[in-house]
Ligand binder design. Sequence first.
Ligand SMILES: Nc1ncnc2c1ncn2[C@@H]1O[C@H](COP(=O)(O)OP(=O)(O)OP(=O)(O)O)[C@@H](O)[C@H]1O
Length: 239
Amino acid sequence: MAESNSIGIKIQNLRKRYGEGDTAVDALKGVDMQVGPGEVVGLVGPSGSGKSTLLKCLGAVIEPTAGKMTLGHDVIYDDGWKIPDLRALRRDKIGFVFQAPYLIPFLDITDNVALLPMLAGRPNAEARKRALALLHELDIGHRANAMPSQLSGGEQQRVSIARALINQPPVILADEPTAPLDSNRALAVIRILNQMAQQYQTAIIVVTHDEKIIPTFKRIYHIRDGKTYEEPGEGKSFL
Ligand SMILES: Nc1ncnc2c1ncn2[C@@H]1O[C@H](COP(=O)(O)OP(=O)(O)OP(=O)(O)O)[C@@H](O)[C@H]1O
């Protein structure tokens, strides 16, 4: 479990400029955001507002232009990367959940979840044991030997949440995780994300347009033209 004095995610005055000169695009114009351990917040905004750019910066997929980002206990960026091994950072400190589950079709779901710790050098048996325990927590342990194609879309998304949690990262970035799901399954995914956030003290950012889940957030960051604005959400029960 992440230690309790972790700050989750903190972003300060983050800027991202694509290109240079006349054709430069300022996609992030000084973004501030903070998500505590155990908290799930929504990030919503129109097309082109900077959502993907913000997630890619936070996920250490692209380099910001300026500002500061802290994940868990670590300042990862302060006008330059502060972590020498960005691959290890992405593998160990950040969980990703996407719109599509992107499971590996020729591995059973336990190996799909166990793959990251195996790649990090953990013994296979230990990684599979931990994966199985997580699959049980996500109510899908009874299908542990199934191949991804044998599962429904909602079940596959639960497997992808288990995969995001396997290294117990302080942060999970979820990009439209419920878009293809019907209302009940979308709310089930949000319920699971909230439970897991609490249980593992993970800070979770959910980028979404999904009207089915927006009322469930207690806090929402709106992003417009490269700037974020925080608002209380409705925090509706999703049980
Ligand atoms: N690689 C790039 N080079 C130049 N400009 C880019 C690049 N990627 C994004 N942009 C620009 O940065 C701005 C923010 O784009 P971004 O993809 O972050 O928005 P978004 O909110 O995720 O949009 P959508 O909801 O449509 O995916 C847009 O003006 C976009 O055209």
